[in-house]
Design a protein around this ligand. Structure first.
Ligand code: AP5
Length: 267
């Protein structure tokens, strides 16, 4: 299983990736974690990434692509992996396509965790206080100013990947606003759905009731009747098409019968 988790900072990528590693016995490849480890170890990559990450900007594509290329070549990634936070730009996605193609591998799904931006500050704040309570060092980018920039970078550089994977046919969208366990269940559903029954591009895997409510809210009352009429018109059009098809069949049969009779007459 090879998956991508896609979504803005704090949408729950790390939370869901951890559960998926247990469920499928595959590794979580988080570029954020790898970069933070490099910063902590003071490696040349870490030194390069330190300030960029603290500002909430993206580390250059060539740096992260090299990290991922090296990481997916490791033996523990052979069974599959979950990419958490990579790719984050179209050039990174294209580089990943090339890497997988060279290895003769494919992607099972790019799962988008769809959330309202308003919730992100709350989630990041919550994570920062939880880390503080555990006596851990709070992430340098988990503050309101850096988060603002991270969200901006997401909108500008990462959000286009939703269309990218939709066009590739691998996008699965899940409602990331739901409680953690419900998000997990929705991911399971989109992954376990038979291959032919792919979720419609861009459609969130939300409960059926929510869909009905959403439809009621979005459909203006005045439009409901014409929609019905449109249905009748469509039925009439279908009936006409059927009549034309039968007429055509009759002509073909008649022509064939004439040809047979002619051949018989000739002997
Ligand atoms: P990275 O570490 O990837 O951070 P991020 O994308 O900003 O995402 P987060 O880790 O903040 O959030 P998450 O979506 O994992 O949410 P989580 O599960 O923790 O990247 C950091 C930086 O590294 C980047 O800004 C960039 O500089 C650099 N970088 C990394 N990759 C790069 C790349 N490919 N290219 C260039 N630069 C790169 O959840 C957050 C909180 O919400 C938790 O407290 C959790 O318990 C809670 N929560 C989760 N789900 C729910 C839910 N459904 N309901 C309620 N609470 C929830």
């Amino acid at each position: 299983m090879r998956l991508i988790l896609l979504g803005p900072p704090g949408c729950g990528k790390g939370t869901q990736a951890q559960r998926l590693t247990e469920k499928y016995g595959i590794v979580q490849l988080s570029t954020g974690d790898m970069l933070r480890a490099a910063v902590k170890a003071g490696t040349p990559i870490g030194q390069k990434a330190h300030d960029i990450m603290a500002r909430g900007e993206l580390v250059p594509d060539d740096v992260v692509v090299a990290i991922i290329a090296e990481r997916i070549a490791q033996p523990d990634a052979k069974n599959g992996f979950i990419l958490d936070g990579f790719p984050r730009t179209v050039p990174q996605a294209e580089a990943l396509d090339r890497l997988l193609e060279e290895k003769g591998l494919g992607l099972d799904a790019a799962i988008e965790l769809k959330v309202d931006e308003g919730i992100l500050h709350h989630r990041i704040q919550k994570r920062a206080s939880e880390m503080k309570a555990r006596g851990e060092t709070v992430r340098a980018d988990d503050n309101p100013e850096a988060l603002e920039k991270r969200v901006h970078a997401y909108r500008l550089q990462t959000a286009p990947l939703v269309s990218y994977y939709r066009n590739h046919g691998s996008l699965r969208t899940v409602d990331g606003m739901a409680p953690i366990l419900d998000v997990s269940a929705a991911i399971d559903r989109v992954l376990e759905a038979p291959k032919g029954a792919k979720a419609k591009p861009g459609k969130a895997a939300v409960p059926a009731r929510a869909k009905v409510v959403a439809r009621k809210r979005t459909a203006p009352a005045g439009r409901r009747k014409p929609a019905k009429r449109a249905g009748k018109a469509k039925a009439r059009a279908t009936g006409k098409a059927r009549a034309v098809r039968s007429a055509r069949k009759r002509v073909v049969k008649k022509t064939r019968r004439k040809a047979i009779n002619k051949a018989r007459r000739r002997g």
